[in-house]
Design a protein around this ligand. Structure first.
Ligand SMILES: *Cc1c(COP(=O)(O)O)cnc(C)c1O
Length: 386
């Protein structure tokens, strides 16, 4: 294979799916524009039914973003001032930001060094009389280890809310994301497993009363227009985004398979290039259907930043998810945490690197990525020998 040795490899190629589905997406957008049904309406409710079926959940409620999905979940369960919610510190900011926005207090539990997901063994020690919920994040497309999380939740009467923003289509022991908590929260941000061309999100639940409340909260807390039962806000899913999502949903399985095939190719390329010492491949657990929203390696020997610089010079997209843990964020400093409090998360923040990953990535592109990593490794060996 003669890969173009200089062509840029993007971290994520958002436009690839639009190119493949352009006629259908253009038609769907026009359909909404011409219908004049821009707020909720049939596109949103049809998408909700189709997405609920895919997630094997009884109810799906579309909303404006993954962040609103988390906030809706917390409000629907009346989690607020005085309450504590257990979350990992190694995740996207919204996981903690929404807990604080709801008026509750995030309580961090460190992550497993192999999966980067919340370490279930450490949860119970953080449960207090104020704890209301555990909010595991299924990071990078792999479910957190739910069995021991459900055990702690059952024992102490806590809700489990899934932050499934990165794991649409992922499974835990054959159960799909969307049913692993009392409420499950999804994002359709463009780079997620199912991504649209703007902001969008969704909550799912099997509980009919909670579904009704979520649907009301999304429209200012009203079940009857102008009569406000709850203190809600405007968190509606945009009808144009719903129409685009309806075009894309039937393809999501194929795209997930594309991600899994790409991950297997990276695994093999890292092995055959003898790079396993420099790049620790992602750990996929037996219980997980890993959907590889990201392919994140751990770079050993403190070489992450050097490798990232080298890849960028080679026009290869890569990024750090996440460079600063949530307990170290400036706006959460009032929680009183210090560097050193969650060593596994802090270590991950220093060592992880996301390599280019999208369903359409070619073997030639991946070979270029791994060849560039190998060239970096050789240059470091030469430096060490000199
Ligand atoms: C993307 C993401 C969110 C937020 O989703 P938005 O749609 O961007 O608001 C929340 N949690 C995690 C883990 C995410 O990756």
């Amino acid at each position: 294979m003669t890969a173009d040795r200089t062509a840029p490899v993007p971290l994520c190629d958002i436009q690839a799916q639009y190119r493949g589905l352009q006629d259908a997406i253009d038609a769907a957008v026009l359909r909404v524009v011409r219908s004049g049904q821009a707020i909720l309406g049939p596109e949103v409710s049809s998408f909700e039914q189709e997405a609920a079926a895919y997630c094997q959940a009884a109810h799906a409620i579309g909303c404006a973003s993954g962040t609103d999905a988390l906030l809706l979940a917390l409000h629907a369960l009346d989690i607020g001032p005085g309450d504590e919610v257990i979350i990992p510190p190694f995740t996207f900011f919204a996981t903690a930001g929404t807990v604080v926005r709801a008026g509750a207090t995030p309580v961090f539990v460190d992550v497993d060094p192999h999966t980067f997901n919340i370490d279930p063994e450490q949860i119970e020690a953080k449960v207090t009389a104020r704890t209301r919920a555990i909010m595991p994040v299924h990071l990078f497309g792999q479910c957190a280890d739910m069995d021991p999380i459900w055990d702690v939740a059952d024992k102490h009467g806590l809700y489990v809310i899934e932050d499934a923003a990165q794991s649409f289509g992922s499974e835990y022991n054959g159960k799909r994301c969307g049913t692993l908590g009392v409420i499950s929260c999804f994002s359709f941000y463009p780079s997620k497993n199912l991504g649209t061309l703007g902001d969008a999100g969704m909550v799912t639940t099997n509980n009919a009363a909670i579904a009704r409340k979520l649907a009301a909260l999304r429209v200012h807390g009203s079940e009857t227009k102008y009569y406000h039962k709850y203190l809600g806000w405007n968190a509606r899913l945009d009808a144009v985004q719903a129409a685009i999502l309806r075009v894309k949903l039937p393809h999501v399985e194929k795209w997930i398979e594309g991600r899994q095939a790409a991950a297997a190719r990276y695994d093999a390329l890292i092995e055959s290039s003898k790079l396993s010492k420099l790049l620790h491949r992602p750990t996929a657990r037996d219980y997980a259907r890993h959907t590889y929203n990201q392919y994140v390696v751990r770079v050993s020997g403190g070489q992450r930043d050097g490798l990232m610089k080298h890849l960028k010079n080679e026009n290869i997209g890569c990024d750090i998810y996440y460079p600063l843990c949530l307990h170290q964020q400036e706006c959460l400093s009032n929680l009183g945490h210090r560097t050193g409090d969650f060593p596994v998360s802090e270590d991950a923040a220093r060592a992880v690197l996301a390599l280019p990953m999208f369903p359409e990535i070619t073997e030639a592109q991946q070979k270029r990525v791994i060849d560039a990593c190998a060239a970096f490794a050789r240059s470091q060996q030469r430096l060490a020998a000199a």
